[in-house]
Ligand binder design. Structure first.
Ligand SMILES: Nc1ncnc2c1ncn2[C@@H]1O[C@H](COP(=O)(O)OP(=O)(O)OP(=O)(O)O)[C@@H](O)[C@H]1O
Ligand SMILES: [Mg+2]
Length: 287
């Protein structure tokens, strides 16, 4: 690294470094997690796909909200960004009812205080996308909270702005993805505040790790949907009878190759840019 970078944290998938002048370096590894467990086998280039996709979306959503991106490094997996004061909530938007949203709906008829129509089926499209905030758990699972609870955490005016921005980002990205055969079922944004008090989109955005992408051609409500990117891994993990607790199984070469191909395909479909071009010059996603 060309300048002093101090390692300040490790996520499941990314390494976090401090750079001079109030900047951060986010380095996306090739680690993959499924059922919340990081597997012992990596998916080559996965971190580059995620970094390139985030950059692509950052470059195209500036009309909705400013973002933290300063530069992509030549390795294709490192993002230099502005360091922000992060909001204490995860900004989740759902366009389809699945995952913890489905569980909550099934139990109560509501998700994060939104009362939904009766009789919805698993994976069904919602009448309108909904903002369903969650706490940012330091360890363990994030917990869904109501909009009022979120408003208490960030302030009412700030909350209204966050909700509007998150919904707008979701609408923009889901329309873009759908035109390319990919359903953006739900996604999580992280927003921070800069020195001037302005809201800024941070972290990664609209990647397979922060979103549920479904292949549109096999979509059918009434069941869980295959994942565009992780399905081979999930199927393999189920087939060996893994109990979904640490440690996860090693992945065989063909599952690694198939999964890498799906990540690269998602990148190509969503960006319209060839992944090889990205490897040659990461800045292609920013133009
Ligand atoms: N511009 C930014 N300024 C300050 N913090 C940021 C910025 N962008 C992202 N972050 C924070 O950096 C951290 C990135 O860590 P990462 O996502 O790799 O791991 P994690 O969130 O701790 O765990 P997980 O693996 O569950 O995502 C997050 O806490 C995120 O909120
Ligand atoms: Mg994270």
């Amino acid at each position: 690294m060309s300048e002093a970078a101090v390692h300040v944290g490790s996520g499941k998938v990314r390494e976090l470094y401090e750079l001079p002048d109030d900047r951060l370096l986010l380095v996306a590894s090739d680690r993959i997690s499924t059922f919340d467990v990081v597997l012992p086998t990596e998916i080559p280039d996965k971190g580059r796909v995620l970094t390139g996709l985030s950059g692509f979306w950052f470059a195209r959503t500036k009309h909705i909200v400013a973002n933290h991106l300063l530069a992509l490094r030549d390795d294709g997996r490192s993002t230099e960004c502005r360091r922000l004061e992060m909001l204490p909530i995860e900004c989740v938007v759902r366009g389809y009812i699945t995952g913890s949203g489905w569980k909550d709906y099934h139990a109560t008829g509501e998700v994060c205080g939104h009362r939904l129509p009766e009789g919805m089926r698993e994976s069904e499209r919602l009448p309108d996308p909904i903002f369903t905030p969650a706490t940012k758990a330091q360890s363990g699972h994030d917990e869904n909270i109501t909009r009022d609870e979120a408003a208490e955490l960030v302030g009412r005016d700030r909350f209204d702005e966050v909700e509007r921005i998150a919904l707008e980002l979701y609408r923009f990205a889901s329309a873009h993805a759908e035109a390319r055969g990919i359903i953006l079922a739900d996604t999580k944004f992280e927003l921070g505040v800069d020195g001037d008090g302005a809201l800024v989109l941070a972290d990664e955005a609209l990647t397979p790790d922060s979103s549920r992408f479904w292949p549109a051609d096999s979509y059918a409500p009434g069941r869980s949907q295959p994942s565009f990117d992780k399905q081979f891994v999930r199927d393999y993990c189920e087939s060996v009878g893994w109990d979904k607790t640490y440690p996860g199984p090693e992945l065989p070469d063909e599952v690694v190759a198939e999964t890498r191909a799906k990540y690269v395909e998602a990148f190509g479909r969503l960006t319209g840019i060839s992944f090889d071009d990205y490897l040659g010059d990461p800045d292609v996603v920013l133009r």
